[in-house]
Design a protein around this ligand. Structure first.
Ligand code: URA
Length: 195
């Protein structure tokens, strides 16, 4: 079976498992991009625009992604981009009664974790770049915090390397992180140029 067929099978399996889960009403947003990437980028979960378009990082986060790619001199098609949780976690807005984003729950993360691990194995990237705490903890299995390990590569199984970054949304809400985030991106660029 080639890589595309394996990915298709993985995807069908996840769709089936989701229909048997408490999340059966949710629309799944799968990863996309190169299946032979140097970098796999992993976010937390899709937002409203991602859910609408069925692609990760196309909403406000897409603008951050463009900035990210420009900084490391790569294009979207060079990467494989995904999320830990493959649907939009929502709650009802007390003001409007409409669905708004919320962080994914422990149960949601636990449901998707084995699928993420398989996705990583199938995509087989040299580098994994995690955005924020949720993917960092999911990928390492450790209770570590992005504030302690951003910008420093860590070895992973199967000869992969992890580069933890802050979530770009955290940078928007906390302007003082902006310089740190950009310095981290320059470090990442230097690392990937040498591997
Ligand atoms: N959009 C995504 O697809 N993932 C995130 O983590 C944030 C926005």
């Amino acid at each position: 079976m080639d890589k595309m067929e394996s990915m298709e099978q993985w995807r069908k399996n996840l769709e089936t498992q989701a229909t048997l889960s408490p999340y059966q009403e949710k629309r799944l947003v799968f990863g996309d991009g190169s299946l032979r990437p140097q970098i796999m980028l992993i976010g937390e979960a899709p937002g409203g625009e991602e859910e609408k378009q069925g692609r990760p990082f196309v909403g406000k986060a897409g603008k951050n992604l463009t900035e990210f790619l420009t900084a490391i001199a790569l294009q979207r098609k060079d990467l494989y981009i995904s999320n830990v949780v493959k649907f939009r976690p929502t709650k009802e807005s007390p003001k409007t009664g409409k669905p708004i984003n919320r962080p994914p729950s422990k149960e949601e993360i636990a449901f998707f974790l084995p699928f993420l691990q398989e996705e990583i194995r199938l995509v087989n990237p040299k580098w994994i770049v995690t955005l924020g705490n949720v993917p960092l903890k999911a990928v390492t299995g450790e209770n570590i915090s992005i504030g302690d390990c951003h910008g420093t590569p860590r070895p992973l199984a199967e000869n992969r390397r992890l580069f933890p970054l802050y979530h770009p949304a955290a940078v928007i809400y906390n302007r003082s992180l902006k310089e740190t985030y950009h310095a981290d991106l320059q470090k990442l660029k230097a690392h990937i140029a040498h591997t």
